[in-house]
Design a protein around this ligand. Structure first.
Ligand SMILES: *Cc1c(COP(=O)(O)O)cnc(C)c1O
Length: 403
């Protein structure tokens, strides 16, 4: 069966499984080999050479060693690439390993060192860029200022939409046009290919923390980049050299999770839309950050982003003290970082996910972020209402300054 021309829901179930009937199996094969028997020195060596330079195993040389190639990982990559309308995809051990490889690869390929980062970004990405660890020179700008901020030595532009945690939307096509050929990496973690395909808008690389919606069940840490063939070869080369590879069991679970991604996103999003609308009427809530309610002044919802997604951030009237209370009072929501799973989570970005971000760019002290899951929406609202209603100011311990 070929999966060309299939719609997203069909791709989610069938992509990367095209040869299963021929193989005589129904479930995804899981190959846990760390090494592979070599046919002979010559063929093994040539296959090694091909993979170490970013290619795929030769027909008669085999995979040689799992840091170079694993068929279970390659299946997941093929499925994700098809869903993202990209030629290829390369999977990594985490979203941050993927981001690291993307930056290293692009600096190497372009011979340039400047990375232009469009804020707001996930705290870990911001931290990686600001750390100077990769030898990049980083400057930050907002989306409308990209054209002015590009330099002759700009290697790449990094953006995130919807952004974590403010749910602000960035016009991908406008940034690509302003980039004048400089490759644009879009972090598509919040939207997933169900709601947005940045490749169609000119993005050179589409990054996912697969830990979040793609996995969807809170049991895998992984990252993946969808891109063109050339870029994929360069990324595979960096992966083979630096070793940030995805374990095949993780790839198996991710591939299995892709099958339900469209239905999960739609059901979680329907819950989130009800909850976000209700939150706008709640006396404890000063502001609701949610596509269609806040943060979409450019009419991108429906045009670029096909749905709202299921992430909500709220500004609490009681500020930081109320954030402490709410996060420790909920019971159906779990107080935990991460997002995108079947169960609902709540967390305080300024203290946790965005803690490393420079103070002037850090989320507000009274902002909490909700990842809405598949529970009954009424139950989730009852849980939140109880936590929001019983707010008592908490005295900060002496000497502790709250972010
Ligand atoms: C979590 C996250 C990352 C980092 O991914 P890990 O899998 O935790 O390394 C990157 N971008 C966004 C938007 C995220 O939410």
């Amino acid at each position: 069966m070929t999966s060309a021309y299939l719609q997203l829901d069909s791709l989610a179930v069938h992509a990367g499984r095209e040869d299963l009937t021929e193989l005589g199996v129904h479930a995804l094969p899981l190959d846990l080999s760390s090494t592979n028997p070599l046919p002979n020195i010559e063929a093994g060596g040539l296959s090694y050479e091909a993979m170490a330079s970013g290619g795929t195993p030769t027909a008669d040389g085999g995979a040689v060693y799992a840091r170079l190639w694993n068929p279970t990982v390659a299946r997941f990559e093929s499925a994700l690439a098809q869903m993202e309308h990209a030629q290829a995809a390369v999977a990594f051990s985490s979203g941050m390993a993927a981001m690291t490889a993307a930056i290293l690869t692009t600096m190497k390929e372009t011979g340039r060192r400047h990375v232009l980062a469009v804020r707001p970004l996930y705290g870990g990405t911001d931290h990686l860029l600001a750390s100077g660890l990769l030898g990049a020179e980083v400057s930050y700008c907002s989306a409308p200022d990209v054209a002015a901020a590009i330099r002759p030595d700009t290697a790449m532009i990094v953006l995130e939409t919807p952004a974590n945690p403010t749910l602000e939307l960035v016009d991908i096509r406008a940034v690509v046009e302003a980039a004048q050929g400089v490759p644009v990496l879009v972090d598509n973690t919040f939207a997933t290919p169900v709601l947005q395909n940045p490749v169609d808008l000119g993005a050179a690389m589409v990054l996912h923390s697969a830990t979040k919606y793609l996995g969807g069940h809170g049991d895998v840490i992984a990252g993946v980049i969808a891109c063109g063939h050339e870029q994929a070869a360069a990324l595979r080369r960096v992966r083979a050299i630096t070793g940030g590879l995805l374990h095949p069991l993780g790839a198996y679970l991710l591939h299995r999770g892709l099958a339900t991604l469209p239905v999960r996103i739609r059901a979680q999003q329907a819950n989130a839309q009800r909850i976000a609308a209700w939150l706008t009427t709640h006396p404890s809530v000063a502001r609701v950050h949610f596509p269609g309610i806040e943060g979409d002044t450019q009419g991108l919802l429906g045009r670029q982003l096909r749905g709202t997604g299921a992430m909500i951030s709220i500004d609490l009237r009681g500020g930081f003290d109320q954030a402490v209370h709410v996060t420790s009072t909920v019971s159906l929501f779990t107080h935990a970082v991460s997002l995108g799973g079947v169960d609902s989570l709540i967390q305080h970005p300024a203290s946790l996910t965005h803690r490393p971000v420079a103070p002037d760019a850090r989320p507000a002290a009274g902002l909490v972020r909700l990842s809405i899951g598949l529970e009954d929406a009424e139950d989730l609202m009852t849980d939140l209402d109880r936590a929001l209603a019983t707010h008592r100011p908490i005295q900060a311990p002496a000497g502790v300054s709250h972010v």
